[in-house]
Design a protein around this ligand. Sequence first.
Ligand SMILES: C[S@@+](CC[C@H](N)C(=O)[O-])C[C@H]1O[C@@H](n2cnc3c(N)ncnc32)[C@H](O)[C@@H]1O
Length: 297
Amino acid sequence: MIESGSQCGDAIAAERRAATRQDRPTWNELPVLAGPAVMNLPSPADALAWRPYDESARHYDAFVEHPGFRDWIRSLESVSRSHGRPGPRLLDVGCGTGNSLAPLLGLGLDLAGCDPSPPMLGVARRKLGRQVKLTQAALPCLPKLGQFDVAWALNDVINLLLDPGHVAPAIASLAANLAPGGLVILDANTPATYSGFFAGVHTRRRSGRTYEWRGATASFSPGGLCEADLSVTDQAGATVGVRHVQRHHPAATLEAGFSHAGLQLVDVFGQDDLGRRQPRIDFSRDPKVIYVARKPQ
Ligand SMILES: C[S@@+](CC[C@H](N)C(=O)[O-])C[C@H]1O[C@@H](n2cnc3c(N)ncnc32)[C@H](O)[C@@H]1O
């Protein structure tokens, strides 16, 4: 059962409906989903960031397939252990099709996930089975989903907050879902990502489909918005085109967010393309920086 989270009230639900295309499948038409489609998305601006996932969910996994992904997720779980996570309950915010949860199945963890996109959650449900609780909910105003020992948001999720003013409330809503001593873990894309992969042209042929990614931002500036077009053509020649939009959030914005939420930063490190920890952070070289912060006991 995928549940719906609602905390931000009727106005937000109305904004979500207004921001939702009329011709996409409704919640009840989706094959493996059940339950009402109450949404807590804070603003139509953020809908620009999640809508591409609604529209291309069935093509997502083949596009992002990477031999090192499972190890990346497991390495971050091991980072949580090295920082003394108090227990086994882990919430994956922006879980998408479940790739940031699937590598943790069978490790004795108590897993839950949430995402604003019903089609992404539908794929996750098929992948994860019934043992993982999934909820339709979004940053920056998560409902109370439980008391977790780790709440993480991985693989671009924080950069999908297009309003920089949403970073602090988003981190606060992750913190509100933590038990005392629990950890927030998130990755943030750096200028190296936005002037590198995001701005480039990449063609991938996978699972009988052709993916073309084309950067669409004339010039990147720190703290700015970045856009790219992704088109997917399937074996029958049908093409789906979506525009991805993200915002770069500088380290100072994130650090202020952790501090505002009353969390203590316990680890910050850069990673290379394969998710390997770097000895020191270089924002112009490392595509991602990982932040680990603890809620006081
Ligand atoms: C690049 S995917 C990453 C999915 C998953 N974490 C993974 O590692 O495969 C980004 C996900 O963030 C979700 N998302 C977009 N805006 C969000 C928001 N405001 N709050 C939470 N999730 C969001 C999208 O629907 C999408 O599933």
